[in-house]
Design a protein around this ligand. Sequence first.
Ligand code: CTP
Length: 414
Amino acid sequence: MQLSSARILLVVGGGVAAYKSLDLARRLRERGARVRAVLTDAGKHFITPLSLAALTGEKVFEDLFSLTDEAEMGHIELSRDADLIVIAPATADLLAKASHGLAGDLASTLLLATDKRILAAPAMNLRMWLAPATRRNVATLRGDGMLFVGPNDGAMACGEFGPGRMAEPLEIVAAVEAALASPAAIAPPASAAKAGALAGKRVVVTSGPTHEPIDPVRYIANRSSGKQGHAIARAAADAGALVTLVSGPVNVADPAGVHVVHVETAREMLAAVEKALPCDIFIAAAAVADWRVEAMREKLKKSAAGPPRLALVENPDILATIAALKKTRPALVVGFAAETENVVAHARKKLARKKCDLIVANDVSPETGIMGGDNNEVHLVGAAGVEHWPKLAKDEVARRLVEAIALRLEDAAQ
Ligand code: CTP
């Protein structure tokens, strides 16, 4: 379906971002859509029904128990007489109500009564967005088929910086167009791990390479892109976990709904992981540099004596360090094994040597295209045996891994 002939029901919740919804209504109408709006009581603290009515060109609905509204158009009809419902801003309160099926006001009643797709543009303080309750609610709603756009990272009205800013109006318009164009998108995406599979669990993931300085302008690095580790962090958050991602320098975006700590070196990565403890699950997906150069303060110069010789010292092994913890060892410690030969045999040895519970082994020989690519072919190596997975998109590997981890965690708890 085209946006130019679509009927959009816009639910405006109570958040500072509500002012952007006025622009959103205008942008949708410019593109030919009919927009009807519902303004919550909290929303009225931020924008007025009059401005929404002026920009939508329609009456604004506010009250569940309005006789006049019910006579004109019942609230059930209102929710069904739309091709798509857009919640913007989708506050923590609205998401919580929707995930629990509450129906105490017009907005939540509509969300419960509708048989149409719902697209939510969350907006809230980053701590509210990262709170376990919100993570659980979002995971449940995703599992129910609710679509999400944003939130984005950035400066917030409350003075903090992080995930929680509502997506920009044109980003929401693009998400609306995508939702209308592909009805299949309403079904819980096949790529979403079982909703709530890790609800309330604390997960720490490392991702990307590390950069080890040679001198102030040069460094040792590797070809890791961070795609697999970031996809795992995203999949764990989608499954309801509270995720900290400790990322080396990468070119992929921070996943939404994940607390991201950016580091450069292996030692910084270890410190950030230790700071993020305690957690239930630790997943070491980073390609940590095994060695660093002994400190060199000044830029190396060419000299008649020939090229410099770099003295290397071993970096701490983050995975082995975390797996060896006594009191704060996570219930499940998962490592990766990047190999170029005898993949499973090497992975078995790593499992034992690093004392972790599970190793995700892959062949990173250049001809596989795995390092830096979008696909991965892995073997899951545990004490109980080896599972061979076919070549899959890294997002799908992440989803399956999260499910496998959730199952193991359940088994361990029994
Ligand atoms: N790892 C880590 N800290 C390091 C090195 C590796 O946490 N200093 C983790 C990786 O994140 C991965 C696992 O250990 O989960 C295995 O990494 P890999 O590079 O395959 O193995 P190495 O430890 O380098 O062992 P080897 O030299 O035998 O390949």
